[in-house]
Design a protein around this ligand. Structure first.
Ligand code: GLV
Ligand code: MN
Ligand code: MN
Length: 408
């Protein structure tokens, strides 16, 4: 790899690193259509401008930087997302966008002129941290999420996506499936930090992604009666928090029974006062697994428990589950997977339980694949997420090799 390229990686990384980082805990808070998101988008536009690339924004608000005329396609596209989960790590998303710019620099530094247009994309709102639906940018682009539903989604303060887009200066009225943009994408390769220990265990720096587990998110609400913590006898309480605790424990038991993963990582408590019995609690369930039928069966049994009152006391009102999103099992393009593994000296091929925009594109018929970069601890969605600089540069080199091959 050329020295220019490692320094361009370092520069890109250093410029993006402070955006949306909490100086105390070091975690990132880059949520869709916020000031931090706008700053990340400015960083993307500046990185593209510094390379003389034209930037367009599609109907869903995703950013595309093109080397070559994208209408002389089909194009070869790399990239990922820049938004984060609450207190997320530095790598999940940004590593793929930074590596795409650095790989383009590598191709240029070695004098390569691709015969297909080469694109770099920043998908908006991949984590769904603000509006609840993961991969909202790519789902809106492909039509997997309708504009009516997407724009009406609300954040924790009741702000709709449409309002948030408007406040950010984006055109919410244009949102919808964008065939013109999709036509330009002949193939999409998303490089991502590994969110697991597969590569650490194998002692390899880079893997090719084969598939994504089916996964979904559900919401449920339990209603009780707000009352005073110091004057309400235990026997008189209608406390939905206790029932939320029961429901969470039950989700974990069911996950074990069905051989799937279930997580309750977010709750909302009303009124959320230390000395008040809550009147209402809302929980979110994330469930995933290799077998979609097992995931569905686990969630259905959890739902029956909620509806029948076995997870909530008889004096409480519980809602059934509302599905916020579901993604079918995803297999990446088999030709691409084997071609990439071959180009990368027999790189390991790994499946993942994490969702990605590459999966949304693959399910919409776009040939797509992924590269994973070793994460020594496997920790992700946490400030402790990490990949060494050497491994990141391995990733850039791997991506450049793949792009050189695919773009001709
Ligand atoms: C995305 O990171 C997800 O799998 O939740
Ligand atoms: Mn993530
Ligand atoms: Mn990601």
């Amino acid at each position: 790899m050329t020295g220019t390229v490692s320094s361009s990686f370092d520069r890109l990384w250093a410029d993006l690193e402070p955006v949306g980082r909490d100086p105390r805990g070091g975690g990132y808070r880059r949520f869709a259509w916020t000031r931090e998101d706008a700053t990340a988008r400015e960083w993307f536009a500046a990185a593209a401008a510094a390379r003389g690339l034209d930037v367009t924004t599609d109907r869903a608000g995703n950013q595309w930087a093109w080397w070559g005329d994208p209408d002389n396609g089909p194009g070869v596209v790399a990239g990922s997302h820049l938004d984060s989960v609450p207190d997320g790590g530095a790598f999940d998303g940004p590593l793929g966008v930074i590596s795409a710019f650095a790989a383009l620099d590598e191709l240029r530094a070695t004098g390569h002129v691709p015969s297909h247009p080469l694109g770099i994309v920043n998908f908006g709102d991949e984590e769904g941290a603000r509006f609840g639906v993961a991969c909202a940018g790519s789902r809106l682009l492909t039509g997997a999420l309708s504009p009516e539903r997407g724009l009406a989604l609300t954040d924790g303060d009741g702000v709709t996506m449409a309002e948030a887009m408007k406040q950010a200066g984006a055109d919410a009225s244009a949102v919808g499936r964008d065939d013109e943009t999709l036509r330009r994408v002949g193939v999409f390769v998303e490089l991502h930090v590994e969110q697991g220990r597969g590569l650490a265990d194998l002692g390899r720096p880079v893997a090719v992604g084969s598939s994504i587990w089916p996964h979904g998110r559900w919401r449920f609400t339990l209603e009780g009666e707000a009352n005073h913590a110091g004057t309400t006898r235990l026997a008189d309480r209608r406390d939905p928090m206790l029932d939320l605790a029961t429901a969470i424990v039950r989700a974990r038991e069911l996950a074990g029974e069905y051989g799937v993963l279930a997580t309750c990582g977010k709750i909302a408590v009303e009124p959320n006062g230390v000395n008040a019995i809550p009147c209402r609690v809302t929980g979110w369930l994330d469930a995933r697994g290799a077998d979609p039928a097992a995931v569905r069966a686990m969630v259905a049994e959890f739902d029956v428990g909620l509806a029948s009152g076995s997870l909530a006391g008889p004096s409480l009102v519980s809602s059934s589950l509302t599905e916020e999103s579901w993604t079918d099992p995803t297999s990446f393009d088999s030709y691409l997977v084997s071609r990439m593994a071959m180009l990368l000296d027999g790189a390991p091929v790994l499946a993942t339980g994490a969702g990605h925009d590459a999966g949304i594109l693959a399910n919409a018929g776009v040939p797509a694949a992924m590269l994973f970069v070793r994460n020594p601890t496997g920790i992700s969605h946490s400030p402790a997420e990490h990949a060494s600089r050497d491994d990141c540069l391995h990733g850039v080199r791997a991506l450049a090799t793949v792009l050189r091959d695919l773009a001709g």
